[in-house]
Write a protein that binds this ligand. Sequence first.
Ligand code: ATP
Ligand code: MG
Length: 415
Amino acid sequence: MRQSKLFTKTIKELPKDETSFNAKALIRAGFIDKVSAGVYTFLPLGLKVHNKICNIVRKEMNVIGGQEILMPALTPKEFWQVTDRWNNFDALFQLAGSDKKEYALGATHEEIITPLVKKFIFSYKELPTYIYQIQTKFRNELRAKAGLIRGREFSMKDLYSFHADEKNLDEFYELMKKVYFKIYKQCGLLNITYLTYASGGAFSKYSHEFQTLTNAGEDIIYICSNCRTAINQEIIKEQTHCPECNDKNFQKAKAVEVGNIFKLGTRFSKPFNLQYVDQNGKHKDIIMGCYGFGPSRVMATIVETHNDDKGIIWPEEVAPFKVHLIGIRNKELGIRNQIEKFYQNLQKNNIEVLYDDRDDVRPGEKFADADLIGCPYRIVVSERTLAENSVEIKKRGKEKCEMIKIDDVINYFKK
Ligand code: ATP
Ligand code: MG
């Protein structure tokens, strides 16, 4: 992509009421635009990152046999009444339709998926089944001050699993824990993300959170550096030893919840009467699990944990582009043509590249923009590097520059 064609620009003026680092960095670099508290537009660069995170999640959900669907955001009141959550779900946006019916903007989708599955699944032969979506959720959050960490409108991957018995759910639940870590690894969050006993119930086996350590986090967790057990402070009093391995190094830390998995049991299948017929012709309740992951919150968490005073440092797999190519003196036709050829060659070799081809911008400003945007590699091509048939490559976040021969660049990225 040519930077001269990008309709957004990096900006200096930030919205006055924006306090979170992730939103400030993302707005300044032109990834998102603030519409209202907790409500943002994803701009071309931001949407690219968001899509990459979604595609990592989608790929992993498909590998384990998840089937993707898309449920509506507009959900009728009567569905929520079946589970008694119309008046009991925290932060549900409610509105009236022209048909005098009331609706909620989907904050979660158990109320839609359960009756949906009831239309299709009848026999033990059709279990287990895993269904997911990646969709916009709405929650009327009280404190929407943390940028993309706490949106009123945000993205969620929610997978729902349907099983014949608890044992089958338990096995799938354990598999999902591993799959989630695979996803956080690809998002660059592996080493700072902990599997945490959730705040839902006393040392609950029924729910786990994935918490990423960052001072921007709104949760406090205890973590054991020995066995990596973590517990949300909300479910324990002062704790000095790890309850799993009894290690004394059990410390408090701030963290953000980037995922949450639950064993729902029959909480939703009972009210909707979702049953199956077993091998002996007996009717039984379907056992359910639910697995949430927040792509937009993960995007913010990456920004909070991967940055320096110059801007964002994207992990490679979620970066908007792998390479930020900076042309210097590209008003001069000879140089411009050579850079152009190099740019085309990178693209031909499937290396994603943002090409700063602007000829009315000073080099210093181009470098500052590249640091702000945070692509993993910066490549500078100028008269000086061309004289040596080379380009200058620098990794974002590192000081060292390398001169690499133009002909070796593709191999450099293949290694
Ligand atoms: P929190 O306790 O932070 O409010 P939650 O426990 O209510 O979150 P879940 O219902 O478990 O959230 O949602 C599943 C996932 O969706 C969360 O782990 C998080 O990654 C994401 N998520 C939840 N609420 C928001 C929000 N307001 N903005 C962005 N992402 C969110
Ligand atoms: Mg949660």
